[in-house]
Design a protein around this ligand. Structure first.
Ligand code: HMG
Ligand code: MG
Length: 298
């Protein structure tokens, strides 16, 4: 019933860092991504071409993308909010563009300063230009379970946004539980709404672990046929424009679980731990994942 293998998309260098106050030096980000490129990961979200005033930590996106050593078996992606961001992304020659919006008005306007309806044409233009430049495009939908400003979000609202994004020609949608409130039966309701329309192959899950429910939600998603999961080294992460948001599910905790379940990821657990220890030193704070706690105790 469970899949034999899954794809893990490492979002640490983007989602992981964007909420960190301590600015990591550009050279250290480059070394970190280079170490991630040697772990067996097939996908790394390396940075974000948003407004540098909104996310100061990632103001050096172009330098980072230009500085890393590309491993040909890794897809390097970056967040892009609009055409201005796309211009810089194309200059960086990133492999994949990730556009993003929310299923709820409250978060959408606080995060990208536009209503949902104002956002569609902006993203539509980005998708069109990115495709013309030969890029694949991923779309994030945030607040798929609940919004910190508007409360619970109905699965039908998520489906509406997903319909718009797929109609633009987006290749894959990542469903974000931005504030980490989801529990497995809510994930089941959401996927029951989406799977009949979009199938499992173009949907990824993006769980934040604010309340410790991310791994349970991932097991539920696996049981329903999802095979793509976003995670972040050390459980770093969070959206600064979502009140109460904290870290993504940790890559190393997810790897431990999947490998013990006999599910293949192609990723070297020990190499991931070394890479997590590297960014832990650079951030000067203890990373909160269970696996990093175990390593520190050894
Ligand atoms: P805005 O102020 O409405 O933008 O911001 P604007 O189009 O009105 O332009 C205002 C000024 O910004 C102009 O400059 C533009 O040129 C400039 P001026 O003419 O005044 O000198 N500008 C830019 N500069 C650099 N790069 C750009 C850019 N765009 C405009 N790309 C905007 C709108 C979308 C830009 C802003 O709201 C923004 O950058 N928001 C980003 C917020 C963000 O990064 N949030 C975190 C990522 S989302 C997330 O974490 C959730 C996720 O992980 C999934 C989940 O967990 O749910 C993906
Ligand atoms: Mg996120």
């Amino acid at each position: 019933k469970l899949p034999k293998s899954v794809t893990i998309k490492e979002v640490g260098p983007r989602d992981g860092l964007q909420n960190e106050k301590h600015l990591v030096a550009t050279a250290d980000k480059i070394s970190w991504i280079d170490s991630l490129s040697r772990t067996g990961l097939s996908y790394i979200e390396a940075s974000s071409f948003v407004h540098p005033k909104w996310i100061p930590q990632l103001a050096d996106a172009l330098e980072v993308l230009k500085g890393i050593k590309r491993n040909p078996s890794v897809t390097y992606a970056s967040l892009v909010p609009n055409i201005k961001g796309l211009d810089r992304a194309l200059e960086s020659n990133v492999d994949e563009i990730s556009v993003f919006m929310s299923a709820s008005e409250g978060h959408n306007v606080r995060n990208i300063n536009k209503s949902i309806n104002e956002t569609y044409p902006i993203l539509g233009e980005v998708v069109k230009e990115a495709k013309m430049a030969g890029k694949t495009v991923r779309g994030y939908i945030s607040t798929v379970i609940a919004c910190p400003y508007d409360g619970p979000v109905a699965p039908a609202e998520v489906r509406k946004v997903a319909d718009h994004l797929f109609n633009m020609g987006i290749d894959e949608i990542s469903l974000g539980d931005t504030i980490g409130v989801a529990v497995p039966n809510q994930v089941e309701c959401l996927l029951e709404e989406l799977l009949p329309h979009f199938g499992p192959n173009r949907l990824a899950m993006h769980f934040h672990d604010t309340r410790g429910t991310a791994l349970a939600n991932i097991v539920k998603s696996l049981e329903m046929g999802i095979t793509i999961f976003d995670s972040s080294l050390g459980g770093l992460g969070g959206c600064p424009y979502a009140r109460g948001a904290s870290g993504n599910v940790s890559t190393e905790d997810l790897l431990y679980m999947l490998h013990e379940m006999g599910i293949n990821t192609g990723i070297d657990f020990n190499a991931i731990i070394k890479s997590a220890q590297y960014i832990e030193r650079k951030l000067g704070k203890k990373l909160k994942s269970k696996q990093m706690e175990i390593k520190r105790a050894e």
